[in-house]
Design a protein around this ligand. Structure first.
Ligand code: UDX
Length: 445
């Protein structure tokens, strides 16, 4: 009887959320990471990132013994199913960086060497088609001396969890995608059946290539949906009396379109969409095809944050010496993550124009301090950030900013000019009382 039902190798945001949720759902989980400091912190229930709801679950599953963490990779031999959940960031040219995947595979191979029970290696990390069979399997064969299909099997099982909703997404997935040989997909499906019980969603079993491409097609499509609505938003900004909020609502009610991911804003960021769309473009190019929609998706997205700076210029003229207050820095609310955050582009553009930048974020101030390195002023609260500002730009739609009223901006700012980059504020109410502009909002005639 194996000691663990599954092992999860790589305890970053996805690995840790997945492992803790599996344990909460009743599995006996081993979590492995080479970073000893991280292991010590996780054991105490301390997280190096902010994810709503994860901490209490982690504390509970560590305490009740359903989740054990270790830096000893050899322990993976005691789990029949081993998930690889390491990062696959972008290289300079946009293509996928595979070195963490390769080193995790080598370590797992060494860990299961000499084992006489069958192990299923599950690649949860996002990997371009070919990752499981052409990258992971050969490394494991080399390091373990075992043969694929005999001593061990492999599956691709992409994750679709969102930062800020990782717990909800892991406990209630829309669907589960498994790519591998039938014996292996069945083994993984049996595990999921056991932990989800009646809540098991639709499971699609296919080959690894399809499973891997599903992940890229999924993220590229969602990113494209955002760029699509942002493109219509740009038209609205020129067209008097138009409003992207009403338009998104109107098209979203068409069941074939659906309302999700139709929020116009300053563009998408984060650790997944930009990296995955770029990796998909590079991967397709290597196959000999230039994917125009994916390329346009990135192009629209790259310009979107700069449009907020142009709106500020339209209102104030030259921005040199002007105090610009940014509300929100994280790539989206409910996270302290600033990877590929549009705020970084906005700050860069404002500094280029010699504006004085002040910013606030409810969770990302420490992350921001490391990124901006003293080039902008980071304020402890929104009101301090707005004080004496010439213009405010709402960059991330944190709920706490939703309670700000026109009178707050009027009272605090030198010039009550507000640019709503995420359509958080009521356009009618704010336009009446402030010098207000917003993404996707046409002028009143
Ligand atoms: C995403 C995918 O949703 C998830 O399935 C995948 O596994 C990882 O990448 P995440 O990066 O956590 O998750 O963020 P998500 O909530 O999808 O938002 C991504 C970006 O798109 C954010 O910057 C957000 O502000 C932006 N966005 C999202 C919009 O601008 N408009 C929308 O309508 C939705």
């Amino acid at each position: 009887m194996p000691k663990y039902s599954v092992a999860v190798v790589g305890l970053g945001f996805v690995g840790l959320s997945t492992a803790a949720c599996f344990a909460k759902l009743g599995a006996k989980v081993l979590g492995v990471d080479i970073d000893k400091k991280k292991i010590a912190a996780v054991e105490k229930g301390v997280l190096s990132f902010y994810e709503p709801g994860l901490k209490p679950i982690l504390k509970k599953v560590i305490k009740d013994g359903s989740f054990t963490v270790s830096s000893n990779i050899r322990l993976v031999a005691q789990a029949p199913i081993i998930f690889i959940v390491v990062g696959t960031p972008s290289k300079e040219d946009g293509s996928m960086e595979d070195r963490f995947l390769l080193s995790a595979s080598r370590q797992i191979g060494a860990g299961i060497k000499g084992s006489n029970s069958y192990h299923l290696i599950v690649v949860k990390s996002t990997g371009i088609p070919g990752t499981s069979l052409k990258l992971v399997v050969p490394e494991i064969e080399k390091a373990s001396g075992l043969k694929y299909g005999e001593g061990f099997g492999a599956c691709s099982n992409p994750e679709f969890l969102r930062e800020g909703s990782a717990i909800e997404d892991t406990l209630n997935p829309d669907r589960i995608i498994i790519g591998g040989r039938p014996k292996d997909t069945e083994m993984l499906k049996t595990f999921y059946k056991k932990i989800y019980g009646k809540k098991l969603p639709k499971v699609i079993c296919t080959n690894p290539t399809n499973a891997e491409l599903i992940k890229y097609a999924n993220n590229t499509f969602l990113a494209m949906k955002i760029s699509f609505i942002n493109q219509i938003a740009r038209v609205c900004e020129i067209l008097p009396e138009s409003d992207i909020g009403v338009i998104a609502n109107g098209i979203g009610l068409d069941k074939r379109i659906n309302p999700l991911f139709l929020r116009a804003g300053l563009g998408f960021g984060g650790s997944c969409f930009p990296k995955d769309v770029k990796a998909f473009i590079e991967f397709s190019k290597k196959l000999g095809y230039y994917p125009p929609l994916a390329e346009a998706t990135m192009k629209v997205n790259e310009d979107q944050p700069i449009s907020a700076v142009r709106m500020a210029e339209k209102k104030l003229g030259n921005l040199e010496g002007k105090k610009i207050a940014l509300l929100g820095l994280a790539f989206k609310p409910d996270t302290d993550d600033m990877r590929e955050a549009v705020s970084i582009t906005i700050v860069k553009e404002l500094l280029k124009r010699k504006a004085k930048v002040f910013a606030h974020d409810p969770k990302a101030l420490n992350t921001a301090a490391a990124i901006f390195d003293g080039k902008i002023s980071l304020e402890k609260n929104a009101k301090a950030c707005l004080k004496n500002a010439d213009c405010a730009i709402l960059v991330t739609e944190w709920m706490e900013y939703a309670s700000l009223k026109p009178k707050d901006f009027k009272k605090l700012m030198k010039n009550p000019v507000l640019i709503d980059g995420r359509r958080l504020f009521d356009a009618d109410e704010f336009s009446e009382q402030l010098d207000f502009a917003a993404v996707g909002l046409g002028s009143k005639v």
